[in-house]
Ligand binder design. Structure first.
Ligand code: 4AD
Ligand code: MG
Length: 463
């Protein structure tokens, strides 16, 4: 008999059909009259399926004793309308198999529920909780809608390398990749000879697929990359991970305004996509974690984002009379508190800020005529702040060399990137959306460590 997922039973109300369901027991309630109720979860949806087991099931007494929270079971039985409260249908078991027992005294997930901090220490078991099951399904749907969005618009999915020899953001946050013997190196003084290293030069894990994305965009048209990125950023915040996933579209012939239009419709359409696909999970997050969640997501879907320049935003912040932990003035990078003030208090909506000071942005952004700002754009959302960073790229060869020097980068290291400007250069733009921050946005979870299956942060890479 083919196995049936609980989600399918609940969706299609398969009353009268015999099913084979497998999953993990959340609770067992035994009645004195020789029957028991099992709440079984198979991960396919938030809801458990209630299984009624009675003395007609072979070895009833022995099997029911073996079962406690966490045990894995296989059930063959008939789906029936439930007479009890709390569920429409239930399974009346004809046959029960205990696949794996679970010691009730030592099983780390007790019925009472646990703090998110505790569950981070149990990353191997936390997907068995409602919260992390829901997070995993939401994340999955988000990835599917991201691919849908670009695929239906004719974007090509390009896989960019994880190991690179260039630092895209030029911020020195690259994790080094080497096969040199560190213990031996310690004995030598003087510069390290990278020609002896695996790649013949200093290499590291990518901080962004953008530069390689630009290569394909300037040959094949609209492209996107979607993969893991790594930053040795020693910031222990609720919005930073050392390993995170980023979606990076890159479009030739796009100027900044077109880039903003795409970013806005992208965010609004993936939020809508997840609301359509994961209704029960989002209701759960709304009820358990963030009571304004569904209303705020609806607001994102229905209303246009506010657009203004960095300079205008600074004026608003300076005039706000609000006391910030980090004082703000023109030329400084915004902190999350400033971004949140704009989106939560001032505009009560997502905001796109443009034209940031050139000193605080990366070398590849197109310089404005004013000599002070670049064609950057950040999309800011309530509860999180920056969710997207992007820009129109500097497509002028000589201007790019000047910018690299200004940023203390050696143009020689970026020779192939410069050649894109030497041969058939075009105006082009792109942006990067952080997947985990987007999971934060759509689930209302406050800590980014709870938005990825296995978070990597300073001093933490267990599992
Ligand atoms: O603003 P960032 O650094 O932009 C880039 O990497 C560009 N190369 C993108 C592009 O234009 N193709 O990062 C983009 C987004 C941020 O807005 C944020 O959502 C996420 O990536 N992000 C992080 N997410 C989790 N942990 C971190 N340490 C992150 N750093 C950036
Ligand atoms: Mg950024």
């Amino acid at each position: 008999m083919p196995r049936t997922k609980v989600a399918q039973i609940l969706r299609e109300t398969l009353s009268g059909t015999e099913v084979d369901v497998r999953g993990w027991v959340r609770t067992k309630r035994e009645s004195k009259q020789n029957f028991a109720f099992l709440e079984v979860n198979d991960g396919s949806c938030l809801a458990n399926i209630q299984v009624v087991v009675d003395a007609n099931v072979p070895d009833y007494a022995i099997l029911i004793k073996q079962i406690s929270t966490g045990a894995s079971v296989a059930i063959i039985g008939e789906v029936k309308e439930s007479l009890g409260k709390g569920q429409r249908v239930e399974i009346h078991a004809r046959q029960l198999t205990v696949l794996g027992t679970s010691d009730a005294l030592t099983y780390p997930l007790q019925k009472k529920g646990h703090s998110l901090e505790f569950l981070r220490e149990k990353a191997h078991l936390r997907p068995r909780t409602n919260t992390f099951g829901a997070m995993a399904r939401v994340r999955n749907s988000l990835c599917a809608t991201i691919h849908d969005f670009f695929q239906t618009r004719g974007f090509l999915y390009v896989q960019t390398p994880i190991i690179t020899t260039s630092d895209c953001e030029g911020a020195g946050q690259v994790f080094q990749v080497t096969t040199l013997d560190l213990a031996k190196l310690q004995q030598f003084k003087g510069p390290i000879d990278y020609s002896r290293d695996f790649f013949g030069k200093k290499a590291g894990l990518t901080v962004s697929g953008q530069l390689e994305g630009e290569i394909y965009a300037t040959a094949l048209g609209d492209v996107y990359t979607f993969g893991p990125t790594f930053r040795a950023e020693n910031s222990n915040t609720t919005r930073h991970l050392a390993e995170f996933w980023m979606v990076e579209p890159e479009m030739p012939f796009y100027v900044l305004e077109e880039n903003m239009d795409l970013a806005e419709s992208f965010v609004r359409s993936i939020v809508k996509g997840v609301m359509d696909r994961c209704q029960a999970d989002l209701e759960f997050f709304n009820e358990r974690f963030e009571p304004t969640l569904l209303a705020s997501l609806q607001n994102i879907v229905e209303n246009e984002f506010i657009r203004l320049t960095y300079t205008e935003a600074i004026e608003i912040l300076e005039k706000s009379g609000h006391s910030f932990e980090y004082p703000i003035s023109w030329g400084n990078d915004m902190h999350s508190e400033h971004e949140r003030y704009l989106t939560e208090q001032h505009f009560k909506q997502p905001v796109i800020l443009t034209d940031y000071p050139r000193e605080i942005k990366s070398f590849y952004m197109r310089c404005n005529e004013d000599g002070k700002t670049v064609r950057a754009m950040d999309v800011l959302v309530p509860r999180i702040g920056e969710i997207i960073g992007g820009s129109q790229r500097e497509e002028r060869h000589d201007a790019l060399i000047d910018r690299m020097k200004e940023c203390h980068l050696d143009p020689e290291d970026y020779w192939w990137y410069l050649e894109l400007r030497q041969y058939g250069t075009v105006p082009h733009s792109g942006f990067g959306l952080g997947l985990e921050r987007t999971v934060q946005l759509v689930t209302g979870m406050t800590n980014i460590r709870d938005c990825i299956p296995f978070p990597r942060t300073p001093k933490s890479a267990e599992f």
